[in-house]
Ligand binder design. Structure first.
Ligand SMILES: [Fe+2]
Length: 141
């Protein structure tokens, strides 16, 4: 099962690889739930996803700022909103005993969000040079 396609490619290799990893983790979560994984395993996968998403968002925001992507601000706002939803879902899952139906809702909403987000916002990176030169430092004194 793969849901990756070229519509999701930003043209920035490290960002694309991290997006593939996010999608792989979401696919693994679905596979685990379908295979009857226990609550502890499912929670672990969601925590790993949450940590990876937070790290990815920070790296992508720094990259967009560096290449002066016009979508930088919209990207930061969207990441903040999704991070808050993910935190809320994790809390709800923990409180409610991680029922299978709720995990599948979270998985499916997250997959929809990430694909929409990559297509609409992250793919604006296509208009930015993949590797911008580092700004010149101050001359040594
Ligand atoms: Fe993004």
């Amino acid at each position: 099962m793969t849901t990756w396609n070229e519509d999701l490619e930003t043209g920035h290799p490290s960002i694309d690889e991290e997006h593939r990893e996010l999608i792989r983790q979401l696919e693994s979560l679905k596979v685990a739930v379908d295979a009857g994984a226990d609550r502890e395993h499912v929670t672990d996968l969601i925590v790993i996803l949450q940590r990876y998403a937070h790290g990815h968002f920070s790296r992508e925001e720094a990259h967009m700022a560096r290449v002066k992507c016009p979508a930088h601000h919209a990207n930061c706002m969207a990441h903040k909103e999704f991070s808050e939803r993910l935190d809320g879902w994790l809390e709800l899952l923990t409180r409610s005993g991680t029922p299978r139906s709720l995990v599948l809702d979270v998985q499916s909403e997250s997959m929809d969000w990430i694909r929409r987000h990559i297509t609409k916002i992250d793919c604006q990176l296509r208009h930015c040079a993949p590797v911008a030169p580092e700004p010149a430092g101050e001359p040594a004194m």
